[in-house]
Design a protein around this ligand. Structure first.
Ligand SMILES: NC(=O)c1ccc[n+]([C@@H]2O[C@H](COP(=O)([O-])OP(=O)(O)OC[C@H]3O[C@@H](n4cnc5c(N)ncnc54)[C@H](O)[C@@H]3O)[C@@H](O)[C@H]2O)c1
Length: 347
């Protein structure tokens, strides 16, 4: 299998590239817009493999995409490139990457796919990685299913919903063999320190205040990035065209619960009595608008059809992640330098 992954320099994309090179005999090409020192390091272990290659490019560049597709001739595309900074207050960047970029990628992919010989054409898959945020907020009794209505409440979620519609329309209208996934909040190694879990770990390690939005009662579903990658691999192998899968876990936790668990873990792993228990560092700050109170997901379809279930419980995945950040201070310092630590925490 030759896989083209867009956005392979990002958090999920780099985990995907590492998995392909380290755990399969497949080939992977990473097409991504930008590389920063922190994300570069995430790909260090695969950079010299003859089954990995990188092409710096933008999914909005039709000429570049056409060239890459012809040259690399992938059997599948996993589309991860996108703007995912949920706190951007203008929709412009979401429109550019998530909607217009996806549209151009689809145009190039459809042309490429039509040119394939029949056998390769029928095996080809295009997977769009979307988010459970497209479903909006939910009540406390049910979880989102694949056919739950789209009710986005942020520009990010609206743009991801729009990209899903474009991808689905390509599948229905032009027979492109597409699959859409809606996954919950990912966490794991090499995640930007702008995101909740790495930010809390690094703040708590430095003995700095840990800001928590509102009362910390927003509930999120947490998925270890390696479990997510394994689900994508299964879909590449067995997923049927024109299908949609939720990917999540049974771990629905309030943000405050997540923050407290990190503090307790660090107290156990790196006791530091200079500032007492790390929970004391928690500071409640004004909440943001447009963020769902609860976001939970029913992933029984992928479980039943693909026999997928997450290997990590939140506690085991969190412990591994905290230990990874403890062992990789040089990496998270790079990530902090890049973000200048001025931006708010993203969940
Ligand atoms: N991280 C999560 O918890 C999560 C949850 C659900 C869905 N997703 C989706 O998964 C995808 C990847 O998420 P992530 O957390 O790895 O994000 P990320 O920001 O770490 O990575 C995104 C990558 O895409 C690249 N990119 C952005 N726009 C591009 C463009 N126009 N052309 C080429 N490359 C471009 C960026 O340079 C970056 O390397 C996103 O589409 C996101 O919506 C993420």
């Amino acid at each position: 299998m030759r896989i083209l992954v867009t956005g392979g320099c990002g958090f999920i994309g780099s985990a995907f590239c590492r998995y392909i090179v380290e755990q399969t005999d497949w080939y992977v090409m990473n097409l991504s817009r930008s590389t920063y020192s922190a994300t570069n390091v995430a790909l260090d272990s695969v950079r010299n493999s003859d089954r990995y290659c990188f092409s710096k490019g933008d999914i909005s560049d039709l000429h570049c995409l056409t060239h890459v597709l012809r040259k690399y001739s992938p059997d599948a595309i996993v589309h991860l490139a996108g703007e995912s900074n949920v706190d951007l207050i203008s929709p412009q960047k979401f429109l550019e990457s998530n909607i217009l970029g996806t549209n151009i990628l689809l145009e190039a992919t459809t042309d490429y796919w039509k040119s394939l010989p029949n056998e390769k054409k029928s095996r080809f898959r295009f997977i769009l990685v979307s988010t459970v945020e497209v479903y909006g907020a939910f009540d406390y009794l049910k979880k989102f299913k694949e056919d739950s209505p789209y009710r986005p409440s942020s520009f990010y979620a609206a743009s991801k919903a729009a990209s899903e519609h474009l991808v689905w329309a390509c599948g229905v209208g032009y027979n492109l063999p597409i699959i859409i996934t809606n996954c919950s909040n990912n966490y794991g190694p090499y995640q930007s320190t702008k995101k909740l879990i790495p930010r809390v770990i690094t703040k708590a390690l430095k003995g700095e205040k840990i800001p928590v939005y509102g009362k910390g009662d927003n509930i999120r579903n947490w998925l270890h990035v390696d479990d997510h990658v394994k689900a994508l691999i299964l879909l590449l192998k067995f997923g049927q065209p024109l299908t949609k899968y939720n990917i999540g876990t049974s771990d629905d936790l309030t943000n405050l619960d997540v923050v407290k668990r990190i503090c307790h873990l660090l107290d156990k792993l790196v006791p530091d009595f200079s500032f007492g228990k790390r929970e004391k560092l928690i500071e409640f700050v004004k909440d943001r608008t447009g963020h769902n109170l609860r976001s939970s997901v029913d992933w029984s379809k992928i479980h039943q059809e693909m026999n997928w279930s997450p290997k990590e419980s939140f506690d085991s995945g969190l412990e591994k992640t905290v230990k990874w950040y403890l062992e990789n201070e040089r990496w998270w310092q790079l990530s902090i330098d890049r973000e200048f630590n001025k931006s708010p925490i993203m969940v």
